[in-house]
Design a protein around this ligand. Structure first.
Ligand SMILES: Nc1ncnc2c1ncn2[C@@H]1O[C@H](COP(=O)(O)OP(=O)(O)OP(=O)(O)O)[C@@H](O)[C@H]1O
Length: 256
């Protein structure tokens, strides 16, 4: 039997429970991801996309339901404990990298996350440096020429590419891409989206990606879900997804 990478079962989040502002912001959502699923997530503002990611990442507790990442029941693990199994890239290029540390130092830190201090502080070997030079070169945006530059001095696109690389270095069970190209100019955004897609495939990663770009949601990934009012209102994959057009999606949004 093939192991699932993510299994969210009957996940519900109710905020301000028992108080005047009580609201169900995630409503009995079940979602299963198989290895190498790449799911694009669409939805209007306030539909529950970030809530879904927050619940998976552990920054928002479930009111009821359960979550497995790989074979691990993480329902009761906090956000820090879950970083062993997942990685998240945010919209803001400033998040995800340490600004005063160089590109290679950031990468070393990401790779040694969770290791004991003695191992963590081991120096950067020539072999590691060569490996980082090679992997940053695949990003195709000059990052590999700036290995000794502080992350805070990189361009937004380079810094976001570094965040993406760091998030994928340890091959998480699930990669969460939270509009990770949205803050970049159109050309840089497209370039990062293309290299992200390539790396997800080459590294055989399992990923969820929130986007407001209907074209990207159609072009990338093997499955597309739409969130509406805290529920998954549409879930299409395979051939059905390939046939989707922007007009189909716009019609769908107009109807719901
Ligand atoms: N911690 C919280 N407490 C109270 N309400 C919350 C909390 N988190 C989210 N909400 C509410 O839940 C709903 C869903 O919000 P969410 O941020 O998940 O939407 P979204 O689909 O990510 O929207 P956007 O596209 O604008 O980012 C919103 O009405 C929001 O105000």
């Amino acid at each position: 039997m093939v192991e699932t990478k993510l299994r969210l079962d009957h996940a519900t989040v109710i905020v301000n429970q028992g108080q005047p502002g009580e609201k169900t912001i995630l409503d009995d959502v079940s979602l299963t991801l198989m290895p190498e699923d790449f799911v694009t997530v669409l939805g209007s503002n306030g539909a529950g996309k970030s809530t879904l990611f927050n619940v998976i990442a552990g920054s928002l507790p479930l009111t009821s339901g359960s979550l497995f990442l790989g074979e691990h029941d993480v329902t009761h693990l906090n956000e820090a404990q879950r970083t062993k199994f997942l990685a998240r890239v945010f919209q803001d290029p400033k998040l995800g990298t340490a600004p005063r540390m160089t590109v290679v130092e950031n990468m070393l830190l990401a790779e040694r996350r969770g290791l004991r201090r003695r191992l963590k502080n081991r120096g950067l070997t020539e072999a590691k440096r060569a490996e980082y030079a090679k992997v940053t070169a695949t990003m195709g945006n000059g990052l590999s020429d700036r290995l000794d530059m502080a992350a805070g001095d990189l361009s937004g696109g380079q810094r976001q590419a570094l965040s993406f690389l760091m998030a994928t270095q340890l091959r998480p069970e699930v990669l969460l891409l939270d509009e990770h190209t949205a803050a970049l100019d159109p050309k840089t955004s497209t370039q990062l989206m293309q290299v992200s897609d390539r790396r997800i495939h080459e590294e055989k990663l399992t990923a969820l990606m929130i986007t407001h770009h209907l074209e990207d949601a159609i072009e990338y990934g093997n499955r597309l879900i739409i969130m509406s009012e805290g529920k998954i209102s549409l879930d299409v994959s395979g051939e059905e997804k390939k046939k989707l057009t922007v007009t189909d999606l716009l019609n769908y949004f107009n109807r719901y």
